[in-house]
Each structure stands twice: as structure tokens, then as C-alpha cells.
Design a protein around this ligand. Structure first.
Ligand code: SF4
Length: 83
């Protein structure tokens, strides 16, 4: 199993994260102990980041309302693991 140092991007804190990659897929994430911001901890949302990556209902393309306003959900597009 490969461990990739990365950062959570679910919110502005960008906590340090280690992604455990097996067969090209992230199977688990943990907080990066040496990261000065989170010292190895992840919040409940960050600790399941890998589930967001492979969620079947994940938004992967920009979406607009018919009147052209951006959907709030478009913010979820920004999330990705840097591996
Ligand atoms: S682990 Fe939680 S607090 Fe840290 S960046 Fe991710 S969502 Fe934000």
C-alpha cells in the first residue's frame, strides 16, 4: 500500500492528510501527524474524504440553473485529492 501526503480540501483549513492508495484507489485517509495545523487529526467530514471521491452521486461537471445562476453544489467540484 502506498501512502501519499496530501491535504484535505473540504474546507479552507486544508488539513494535512495521508492517503492510503491501493490498486490506484484511495482506500483510507488519516491526518498527517507532522502537519502543524491539525497534528494528525481530521474532523468527521475529513476522515471520510475518500468516500466523497468515489461517491456515485458526486458532481463532476459544472451545473447551472436554467436562469444561469450557479448551484451551491458546484463548490463540491473543487474537492479532489492531490495524489
Ligand atoms: S479535515 Fe475537516 S477541518 Fe480539516 S480541511 Fe478537512 S474538512 Fe476542513
Amino acid at each position: 500500500m502506498k501512502v501519499v501526503k496530501t491535504a484535505c480540501e473540504l474546507c479552507a483549513w486544508s488539513c494535512g492528510m495521508e492517503a492510503y492508495v491501493e490498486g490506484g484507489k484511495v482506500v483510507r485517509v488519516k491526518g498527517m501527524k507532522e502537519h502543524p495545523l491539525n497534528n494528525g487529526r481530521l474532523c468527521p467530514k475529513g476522515s471520510v474524504t475518500h468516500e466523497y471521491v468515489y461517491a456515485k452521486d458526486r458532481i463532476t461537471t459544472p451545473m447551472l440553473n436554467e436562469d444561469g445562476r450557479k448551484l451551491i453544489g458546484i463548490l463540491r467540484l473543487r474537492f479532489s485529492l492531490r495524489i
